[in-house]
Design a protein around this ligand. Structure first.
Ligand code: ADQ
Length: 461
């Protein structure tokens, strides 16, 4: 069978000691099969990066990485990918900072990736590129003469035409996506928005999931990402013996634990969530002293101004809530910015009474699925989930909330804290069935099947 070459911005260095916090890294770990190659940035900056990737073999997988110059990385990653594309694709036009030189830097790094990848590609490889950092990679790889199957998966949301048009290079970006054979999205809503953009901005013809443009066609479809739910459930059950989980459980003194786990990102709705918790304590004083909220949010992208501002705001809100409600023997909100080992996270989810997942907009949100997988069937916790997370399309047996409404989140937390056990079990059974069905393996297979379907490849329309 043809070799699979995965391409993503970051490549996890095998055996790295620090646990990976990014959803993409965590999800792709399940997708690697022996014989595969994973290509991307090494995470290192060097003044004159070599076009020839460094190759490392681990468990049958070849990791091929290139360095980037500091200037290229700034324009590509800090400037365009995270300063313009990320806010745009998360419906935050007010935070989108477009600068033409950043876009040119973004194109430059994609071209460098394509040229470098071309030096190690074989003619019958299947290439699967991931996420918003690499929208133009497919087109640029074709320019390098690669003619094998080319797929792309967008881990973050896509936006409707009226919003995408605010991006000065919207047409170029949609045309770039149209150069792939298969483009996958987390939900049907995002896939439809993309097809609408291709139609409205480029005049493409859309027929179901097929987009026809300039004599070729591609498939744009929904392929929701998942986790290895069984393995995660086992890990959660085992982790009762994890020292930290044990210590946390002991420190609760019988109080309910509400848990939030997110990269520190403005798309995750953290200030609104903190605000909601404050309202819960204010409006339902009977919950005071009977609940602990633990928010774990490792810092990310601190090179970008908005992320530094968010951190300061969360520090302030934590101080306000704890200052207002703390008692000598009770601190209502615990807040940590450290990454945690997966086993610890699994164990914390398992002992939690409520999982609070309230992003303002999220492609999928794997924490929601992990929380469900980790729950004990006999005495499960309750998931409070934003309607704007892709996961809400599947996990509709959760308590679905509007994340912009702190009172609604507070109400849902109150419902969760007082929910009878029969209802908790019923909801959990429905949720667990879903996460066991849409796993990482299913996601991967669906995408590869689409990519390898001969009828999809470079046909004349
Ligand atoms: P992210 O925005 O990073 O991913 P998410 O899907 O929630 O968001 O994934 C986060 C992952 O990191 C989870 O597996 C979680 O367990 C882990 N994690 C979070 N905090 C951690 C901590 N403190 N320590 C260790 N691990 C931690 C992007 C998109 C999402 C999409 C994923 C996958 O934004 O919408 O679901 O890609 O496609």
């Amino acid at each position: 069978m043809a070799r699979i070459v995965i391409v993503s911005n970051r490549v996890p260095i095998p055996k790295a000691r620090v646990p990976a916090a990014g959803g993409l890294t965590v999800a792709l770990r399940d997708l690697l099969i022996p014989g595969a190659m994973w290509f991307g940035w090494s995470g290192r900056l060097s003044p004159e990066p070599s076009l020839q990737p460094a190759l490392v073999e681990a468990r049958g997988v070849t990791y091929a990485t290139v360095d980037l110059s500091a200037e290229a990385h700034r324009a590509f990653y800090v400037g365009f990918a995270n300063g313009a594309l990320w806010p745009l694709l998360h419906f935050r036009l007010g935070l989108m900072h477009y600068r033409r030189e950043d876009y040119l830097g973004y194109l430059g790094v994609n071209r460098f990736f394509a040229e470098s990848l071309a030096t190690v590609l074989q003619a019958d490889d299947t290439v699967w590129a991931h996420d918003y950092h690499l929208l133009p990679l497919g087109r640029l790889l074709r320019q390098q003469g690669f003619s094998g199957p080319l797929g792309f998966f967008l881990h973050v949301p896509f936006v409707p035409p009226s919003m995408l048009e605010a991006m000065p290079v919207a047409r170029e970006l949609v045309a770039d996506l149209c150069a792939y054979d298969v483009v996958g999205f987390q939900t049907e809503e995002h896939a439809r928005d993309f097809r609408d953009c291709a139609q409205r901005l480029l005049g493409a013809t859309v027929d179901g999931e097929t987009v026809r443009l300039n004599g070729r066609q591609l498939r744009a479809f929904a392929d929701p990402i998942g986790i290895d739910a069984e393995a995660f459930a086992e890990e959660a059950a085992r982790s009762a013996s994890d020292k930290l989980v044990h210590r946390v459980a002991g420190s609760l003194s019988g109080r309910a634990l509400a848990v939030g786990v997110d990269r520190m990102d403005y798309s995750k709705g953290l200030p609104q969530r903190f605000e909601a918790y404050g309202r819960l304590l204010e409006r339902h004083p009977d919950h005071r002293r009977h609940i602990h909220f633990m928010q774990i949010c490792p810092r990310s992208r601190e090179e970008v101004d908005e992320y530094r501002k968010l951190r300061a705001e969360l520090d302030r809100l934590t101080g306000r809530i704890n200052g207002r409600f703390s008692e000598f023997d009770w601190t209502p909100l615990r807040y940590s910015t450290r990454p945690a080992p997966r086993a610890t996270l699994a164990g914390l989810y398992r002992i939690a009474r409520i999982g609070v997942v309230t992003p303002l907009r999220d492609g999928m949100n794997l924490v929601a699925k992990e929380f469900v997988a980790a729950q004990p069937d006999d005495d499960p916790g309750v998931l409070v989930l934003s309607r704007f997370a892709g996961a809400a399309h599947e996990l509709d047996a959760a308590l679905i909330v509007n994340p912009f409404d702190p009172d609604a989140i507070a109400d849902a937390m109150h419902v969760a804290l007082t929910m009878p056990i029969e209802e908790r079990r019923e909801r959990q059974a429905a949720l667990k069935a879903k996460v066991l069905r849409t796993t990482a393996a299913v996601y991967c297979q669906r995408f590869l099947d689409a990519l390898r379907a001969p009828a999809r490849r470079l046909q004349a329309a």
